[in-house]
Design a protein around this ligand. Sequence first.
Ligand code: NDP
Length: 257
Amino acid sequence: MAGKACNVLITGANRGLGLEMVKQLLEMPCPNRKIFACCRDPSAPKSQGLQELAKKHPGVIHVIRLDTTDPRGVKEAAKQVGAIVGKSGLNLLVNNAAVLFNGTMQTTGVKEMQDAYNTNIIGPMLVTKEFLPYLCEAARSSGKMGMSCSRAAVINISTTLASISTVPEMFSNFPATPYRVTKAGLNMLTVCNSLEFKKDGVLFTLLHPGWVRTDMGTQAADIDAHESVRGMLRVMDSLTEKHNGAFLDYEGKPMPW
Ligand code: NDP
């Protein structure tokens, strides 16, 4: 269960849904829990809320510098985390960090497309690759059978905008072509990973958080971060091998591909 996953790592944890996830995990009792709250600039003003939280929970929250697009930085972060978790490994990795570019193809340049690709696909790929040994270690050492977020899991945060089948209904309101293309790519990566690492007992699931009032979602969105994260953590709690490679929303409903 997410609430029972001892060692949890979240990317993009300094604001938005990532920070809310850190806050709600703190409220869920789990002995010896370690939360690796990763952000690309821990000393920036935008990371101050996370730093204050970490000061109140020493030994539980570890703030780790992690720009998901920087291969050397990801390796360095993995070393730091590995030294702390030791033989218990990492139970839950949440690939949450992402960027949204709103343009259509005509208004999108090569650089924006590459940046979206780097953050939304290569980022989760690099992070998953570097942390996978710790996830496999957790799967082995947990003493648990089957698949679950309390044993070893990667949750990739996707979006309804990644659903190819709903583009005709939604495109005129939300074109966001670079975001749609790259999040659809993340969906494919996740399904491939769910098969590649099934033998290791590592669960891979995609979650859509709803349309949420964050910097990315804007104040016009449907729900607040608290409701979205409460829902996603509940869904994480319910995941089993049946959900390996699944795409669900924050209420646990299957999302259209
Ligand atoms: P925000 O824009 O509020 O926060 C994005 C987070 O990602 C920030 O912490 C940001 O860090 C981080 N980030 C971006 N690029 C990188 C990078 N290269 N390395 C490390 N961190 C990075 O977004 P949300 O909290 O709303 O979104 C969280 C997730 O939910 C995303 O995957 C998003 O696609 C998904 N989602 C959100 C929806 C919504 O309505 N809000 C709807 C559907 C999906 P920094 O502060 O340094 O920029």
